[in-house]
Write a new protein. Structure first.
Length: 268
């Protein structure tokens, strides 16, 4: 893995958010790659509950200032960065007052997904991709964690398909336990279609429940990880049907599992 560039994208990362399985994995995996000579960068949203002073976040002026069009509305993109203490890892935070100022992550105080999570996902997806372009940092691997990242493979293979910086990038989707019921939005597919993405790719978004979001990501992925013992069995079956390399939950817990998986199955 020496000098290979691995981009980790997640909605949750420790030490910035509570220690969920996803947040811990989104830290431990890039750390392990770093320890084996790889180069890693982590992207996550800058939620309002993240203490910027404690974690020493600061805005990167040269990366901020862009407007992203979300459903025909211009939304300003702010980029902040911090370094994880005692680790050689930078974390980039995608920020916007409208989408990420609230002091919560993806659900309200009744544990219901926010009504604008669809637009937040589009903004986060475009924000990360545009920032990586500005950084001129071509990733060998893009590792996605959780349903909030499920638009990335779609956008990279359609809206951004002619971007040379991602021409050789391999995409891995880690699927975690199901953590919401119902659909995110009945307008989700229309908002994504605004970016001239063909309707044939948007079928999973017409009913944007957990399983369909996972399948949308897996449709364009080069590898998958069953990242939780409670990941729906239907997702595991769908992953195997795709015929792409995968890690079971048990395999993913082994020492250096991702170093071997990347090197022997994804980058071979």
């Amino acid at each position: 893995m020496k000098d290979k560039k691995v981009l980790n994208i997640s909605s949750e990362v420790v030490p910035y958010l509570p220690q969920t399985n996803q947040a811990i994995s989104s830290f431990k995996i890039p750390k392990n790659i770093n320890d084996h000579g790889g180069q890693t960068r982590i992207f996550m949203p800058r939620y309002g509950l993240i203490n910027e002073r404690r974690h020493q976040l600061h805005e990167v002026i040269r990366l901020s200032g862009m407007n992203l069009v979300i459903n025909d509305v211009d939304m300003p993109l702010i980029i902040k960065v911090a370094s994880i203490p005692k680790e050689r890892m930078q974390v980039y935070f995608i920020d916007n007052e409208e989408y990420f100022k609230r002091r919560a992550i993806l659900k309200d105080d009744k544990q219901m997904p926010f009504a604008d999570n669809d637009e937040r996902m589009i903004f986060f997806t475009k924000g990360v991709i545009e920032t990586v372009k500005k950084l001129n940092w071509p990733p060998d691997i893009i590792h996605l964690h959780g349903w909030f990242t499920s638009l990335f493979p779609l956008y990279l293979n359609t809206y951004y398909k002619d971007e040379p910086i991602f021409a050789n990038s391999k995409i891995i989707t880690s699927v975690y336990a199901k953590d919401f019921e119902g659909v995110l939005s009945d307008q989700f597919h229309k908002k994504v279609a605004f970016d001239d993405i063909s309707a044939e790719f948007l079928k999973p978004l017409k009913e944007s429940h957990f399983e369909n979001l996972a399948q949308l990501s897996l449709n364009f992925s080069d590898g998958y990880v069953i990242a939780d013992g409670e990941t729906p069995k239907s997702i595991e079956a769908f992953s195997k049907e795709k015929g792409i390399p995968g890690l079971s939950h048990e395999e993913s817990q082994k020492k250096d599992a991702f170093v071997h998986f990347y090197a022997n199955h994804i980058l071979k």
